[in-house]
Design a protein around this ligand. Structure first.
Ligand SMILES: [Zn+2]
Length: 268
């Protein structure tokens, strides 16, 4: 379930292996991932071109094409991006492959076909069309901006954190970690949080996401890289709170399964 830290990892893969290399061929093995965009149009926009910059916004990855457009990649619940050094080393569920002239391929994988690969004329317009809120790690998205964004919402804090139109990048998994670190009950209404809770929410949102990015942990992979005292390695039925040892509570919020500590996150 790729979230901000995972997509930041995919951005690294793209930046390290795919920039300033001429794309020889684009192979689309399942056109459904392009939505309404015709395969021919997609391929001809990229073949012979180079990607020159990578940018992430929330869970979306974008790469600037030297001819002026942007390649957009969204991973849904089961997508990924890998560099393939050797011919024939394509991972399972590769839906789009970008072959570089004599220098490996970039493989977009997607097990469940939820997600999208596309083209955009302009990155900022694309972000606006997707109705994405500010990226959770955008420096301009400071505490005051968070307060303004959430205080009029009369919804539980976990759903608000996961709402890409409010804040982009956080999903079901990292919202649990952020709320655990901030010691906030996930079902508490965001407009009812005390100023101190709201401050902790902002601080922990930044800290948790930055820590995951720095340590190259994902939402389901490399959780052992997270610091001691993090919830995610214990985030399962029968898992224990890393702080007080209580059995974690399983919650259903908006059709998603969340985890919290009934002792550390009061009222949970
Ligand atoms: Zn606890």
């Amino acid at each position: 379930m790729p979230e901000l830290p995972d997509v930041e990892g995919f951005k690294r893969v793209l930046a390290k292996n795919a920039l300033r290399k001429t794309i020889d061929r684009v192979v689309v093995s399942d056109a459904r991932i392009l939505g309404k965009l015709p395969v021919g149009k997609f391929a001809s926009s990229l073949e012979g071109a180079q990607l020159v910059a990578a940018r992430r916004h929330g869970k979306h990855l974008m790469a600037n094409i030297d001819r002026g457009q942007w390649l957009t990649l969204h991973f849904g619940p089961a997508g990924g991006l890998q560099f393939v050094g050797k011919p024939g080393g394509e991972p399972p569920f590769t839906r789009v492959r970008f072959d570089f002239a004599g220098d490996g391929s970039l493989a977009y994988t997607n097990r469940r076909m939820i997600g999208r690969v596309g083209l955009a004329e302009d990155a900022a317009d694309f972000i606006a069309e997707e109705k994405l809120g500010p990226d959770a790690l955008d420096r301009r998205f400071d505490f005051d901006a968070l307060k303004t964004a959430v205080l009029s919402l009369k919804r539980d804090v976990k759903s608000v954190l996961m709402d890409q139109q409010v804040i982009a990048g956080i999903g079901n998994i990292y919202s649990d970690e952020i709320l655990f670190q901030a010691r906030i009950n996930p079902v508490e209404r965001v407009d009812k949080l005390s100023p101190a809770e709201l401050k902790r929410l902002f601080t922990e949102m930044r800290k948790v996401l930055e820590t995951a990015v720095d340590r190259r942990a994902g939402s389901e992979q490399f959780l052992e890289r997270l610091p001691k005292g993090y919830l995610l390695p214990e985030r399962k039925r029968g898992g224990h709170c890393p702080r007080c040892g209580s059995v974690l509570k399983v919650l259903k919020i908006g059709g998603r399964t969340g985890y919290c500590c009934p002792r550390c996150q009061q009222g949970c």
